[in-house]
Design a protein around this ligand. Structure first.
Ligand code: ADP
Length: 154
């Protein structure tokens, strides 16, 4: 890095970071789980967003804290509300691929004003279904940001 402006070094390192190297484990609930189950899972797993999978394990939707808060506003018993009716669902889910840059994933979080992206790849059995391989959240981005700000590992 000798003789190069620090800004171009940091920018170059930034654009080399890949989702696959930073992704966290996806926390999932099944489509048949209740809103009550989803809230318990949020606390137990200490996450803000859950991914919803169908019976075959493919991505079906995303459920956020606010989706669950909204469902809690009515008088309904949360045990009787399936997550499948309150989640955001495929094909309207914003995803990222393992080989995408972390920068591209961060840009999606900003552009779509969401906290979390499922990391997916098309199923080998049926490419119209997505297999979950991880999650990228604002925390993932903050961790990478802090790492970039520390001494370059040459
Ligand atoms: P919160 O609602 O807790 O602030 P988000 O900002 O992530 O969390 O979610 C806002 C809305 O966008 C919610 O209705 C949620 O279901 C939806 N959402 C979250 N992540 C995604 C995603 N990756 N693709 C599509 N919709 C999403």
């Amino acid at each position: 890095y000798a003789g190069r402006p620090a800004s171009s070094v940091i920018s170059e390192r930034l654009h080399k970071l890949l989702v696959n190297d930073y992704k966290a484990v996806p926390i999932v609930v099944s489509e048949s789980a209740s809103a009550y189950d989803a809230i318990v899972t949020l606390f137990l797993e200490d996450v803000g967003t859950l991914f919803v999978v169908n019976q075959k394990g493919y991505l079906a939707g995303v459920i956020s804290r606010k989706d669950l808060l909204r469902a809690s506003l009515g008088n309904k018993t949360l045990e009787d509300v399936p997550v499948s009716i309150i989640m955001s669902r495929m094909p309207n889910i914003i995803t990222c691929a393992p080989e995408e840059t972390l920068y591209a994933a961060a840009k999606k979080l900003i552009d779509f004003q969401i906290d979390s992206l499922p990391v997916v790849r098309p199923s080998e059995d049926d490419p119209k279904f997505m297999e979950l391989t991880g999650r990228v959240t604002k925390t993932t981005i903050a961790k990478a940001f802090v790492e970039l700000g520390s001494e370059p590992k040459v």
